[in-house]
Design a protein around this ligand. Structure first.
Ligand SMILES: [Mn+2]
Length: 374
């Protein structure tokens, strides 16, 4: 019965796939060059990049790798798998290939062929990773001009298709290849989808295929209460973030938790952000005088060190999308004018943006429009 349901779901998703305009090739070649690839996601990994590296390694007989420290959501998923051994879940292997400075360890610098998941830009990879050794790319982010240029990377080995998560793309590839997905790998793939689509609530990026793959995987995974699972995953991230906010000596790490820089015209803008299920509580804590002073000091430091024109720090709520935006004095006018339609001062140097589905990219788009209008 379950199998029949899966096949039904899959035939629906196949028709969706053939009707939309993906830029990718869906046939995966079985070149020699593709055997034993090390699959790797972006630096500062999130659950989607970790889980898609694990899934791709399974699907293509490669090695799952991680650049940087395991994030708190992925670590929750690994704990969940370990706790559910009796249900047949088995912890999949993954190798950390970088040191604490985010550089590839010497043994991974040469003689390794890489498969990229969840990213297609060299700026998001360890600085000493040779891009000429990248032989495959699977990414759900919209294609940018900074797509890696490697003459030996064949077009048919690049799949960049806008989806809610890379795990959605890999789930489809599993089903298409008719390889069996075990409950462990269904859990792995589900976790990536849950994290990147914010449990399928991220309207701007979540596609029909994300919903369909989610349903198919849910049938296979050994998770009793998927909603509770998602909630606990987000809680794990929230507690890790809150821990960093408890002492002024770790507040700088909070800014580096998800640090992103953007270029607009000749202006360089950084928008570090944290996503939490308790954004108001976190912001109230960060608004305490000693904490706020430290946050603003660290922002100034980053601005100088990275030669930025502007820097903002966003605390984003995952459950009821809204954002608290920290800004430096000199950017007060820019922020005010960027968010004219819903301005609200939470406190000095903190703006409250009651916007649905706030993401760093949307916040940046608002600021970028204002910078360009100046
Ligand atoms: Mn992703």
């Amino acid at each position: 019965m379950k199998y029949l349901f899966l096949m039904m779901m899959l035939s629906i998703s196949m028709s969706v796939l053939s009707n939309d305009n993906t830029i990718s090739s869906t046939s995966d070649t079985s070149d020699d060059i593709l055997s034993n690839l090390h699959f790797i996601g972006h630096l500062s990994p999130d659950a989607d990049s970790v889980m898609s590296a694990i899934a791709a390694a399974k699907l293509y007989n490669g090695v799952a790798s991680i650049s940087g420290k395991l994030d708190s959501e992925s670590s929750f998923v690994f704990d969940f798998i370990s706790r559910n051994k009796k249900k047949g879940l088995v912890l999949p292997p993954i190798v950390r290939v970088t040191d604490d400075e985010n550089k590839l360890l010497p043994e991974f610098e040469r003689g390794i062929s890489w498969g990229l998941v969840d990213c297609h830009q060299s700026a998001k990879l360890p600085i000493n990773l040779d891009i000429n050794c990248i032989q495959k790319i699977i990414d759900h982010h919209s294609i940018t001009s900074s797509l890696i240029k490697n003459p030996t990377l064949k077009n048919e080995n690049i799949d960049i298709t806008p989806r809610g998560s890379t795990c959605t793309m890999l789930a489809l590839k599993f089903f298409e290849s008719k390889k069996k997905i075990s409950p462990t790998y269904a859990t792995i793939l589900l976790s990536g989808i849950i994290s990147d689509t914010n449990f399928l609530t991220m309207k701007a990026t979540t596609t029909d295929l994300d919903f369909k793959m989610f349903e198919c995987l849910k049938e296979i995974a050994a998770i009793d209460d998927i909603k509770e699972f998602a909630k606990k995953m987000f809680e794990a991230r929230t507690s890790a973030i809150e821990k960093l906010s408890h002492s002024s000596s770790t507040l700088n790490k909070l800014l580096l938790e998800d640090y992103k820089e953007f270029q607009t015209g000749n202006k360089r803008v950084a928008l570090p952000a944290v996503e939490t299920t308790r954004a108001l509580e976190l912001t109230q804590n960060l608004n305490l005088e000693v904490n706020k002073r430290e946050i603003l000091l660290q922002m100034k430091k980053l601005k100088e060190e990275n030669k930025l024109d502007h820097i903002f720090f966003a605390v984003i709520d995952r459950m009821n999308p809204k954002t608290y935006l920290f800004y430096l004095d000199e950017d007060e006018l820019l922020v005010k004018e960027s968010f004219q339609e819903s301005p609200e001062i939470f406190s000095d140097n903190i703006y409250y943006i009651p916007k649905k589905n706030a993401r760093t990219s949307e916040i940046f788009a608002q600021i970028e429009r204002e910078i360009q209008n100046r």
